[in-house]
Design a protein around this ligand. Structure first.
Ligand code: TA6
Length: 307
């Protein structure tokens, strides 16, 4: 059911005001208030832009000069990379990271769960525009479940008569205080492809530290990551059915080259992405489906003490 009128959306999916749909920056935005947090996002790209636990600060980083335009990915928050991650495998003139983050999703369902968490399911399927880029029929659902933590499930269904292959990422931008005192724990000794050096290497037996541009595809099918600030575990990040973790910080020169990214913004953000990249793309036969999920648990409720 494609409703683009915010009054209709509020009547049909507003859960008695717990979720409000408004028009902001000429896009349809949702503001959802659970007992433990507030989540914001846009139907454009099914793009979550803010997740603020009660009495805390935003877990996600959103560029203060992000552009909000139909058909253009918003810089920051949680862009969805699908049905390919990175450059198109054949035609590099196609949009980087696929077309889902540039596409309009519709609200399929909203619900308040027994534990007080809220759930929003946003959905898209093939269109004339998508078929020009990727000749398959599909259904793509983003299942957002949040309260004290935030779970983002990206579910692909093959509704075509042909088998297709996807790569994908839940491309989360995390807000941090200072990249120079931030560490990422959980990828020790893990092999990774360095996108900058275009070579395979391996993480040392220590937490990942940041003092320059980083763009790495870690082969880490099972992991539990912690963002550490001055040794204190701040946020736990888990993933399900993602065989790689992408870690990216553009640093200063790359930040300067992006018109929607402030030059010094790199010091307050870190991308940690649940992904299935070329190191294990997903093949779906007609009728099959697959989900990749990222679960973000801020410190307060993860009982994460000093590490
Ligand atoms: O996830 C890392 C990455 O692939 C980097 O190479 C960089 O391109 C980043 O994604 C952002 O891509 P975007 O197309 O959003 O500017």
């Amino acid at each position: 059911m494609h409703i683009s009128n915010t009054d209709e959306l509020n009547k049909t999916f507003g859960l008695g005001g717990k979720i409000r749909f408004i028009t902001e920056n000429k896009l349809i935005k949702f503001i959802a208030t659970s007992k433990a947090s507030v989540l914001e996002g846009y139907l454009q790209g099914a793009h979550i832009t803010s997740f603020i636990p009660k009495d805390s600060s935003d877990v996600l980083w959103l560029s203060p000069i992000a552009k909000f335009e139909h058909g253009k990915a918003i810089r920051g928050g949680i862009p969805i990379c699908w049905p390919w991650f990175g450059k198109h495998p054949v035609d590099t003139s196609f949009p980087q990271h696929g077309f889902a983050r540039n596409s309009l999703f519709e609200v399929a369902q909203t619900a308040e769960l027994n534990n007080g968490d809220l759930q929003i399911i946003l959905s898209m399927q093939e269109s004339e525009a998508s078929l020009k880029l990727w000749p398959y029929k599909f259904k793509l659902n983003l299942i957002i479940t949040f309260g004290a933590s935030l779970s983002i499930e990206l579910k692909t269904e093959n509704t075509d008569s042909q088998t297709f292959t996807i790569s994908e990422a839940i491309h989360s931008y995390f807000a941090i205080k200072d990249i120079s005192t931030t560490q990422l724990q959980g990828l020790e000794n893990t092999p990774y492809y360095d996108q900058l050096l275009e070579s395979d290497t391996r993480q040392a037996n220590s937490a990942t530290k940041f003092d320059q541009e980083v763009d790495r595809i870690y082969r880490a099918p099972v992991n539990e990551l912690f963002i550490l600030r001055e040794g204190l575990a701040k946020t736990r990040i888990q993933q399900v059915h993602g065989n790689t973790v992408v870690v990216w910080n553009p640093w200063l020169e790359k930040a300067k080259s992006m018109g929607d990214f402030p030059d010094n913004g790199f010091s307050q953000m870190l991308c940690i992405e649940a992904a299935n990249t070329r190191y294990g793309s997903i093949i779906l036969a007609p009728g099959e489906h697959h989900s990749i999920t990222q679960i973000i648990t801020p410190r307060r409720l993860a009982e994460l003490g000093p590490v």
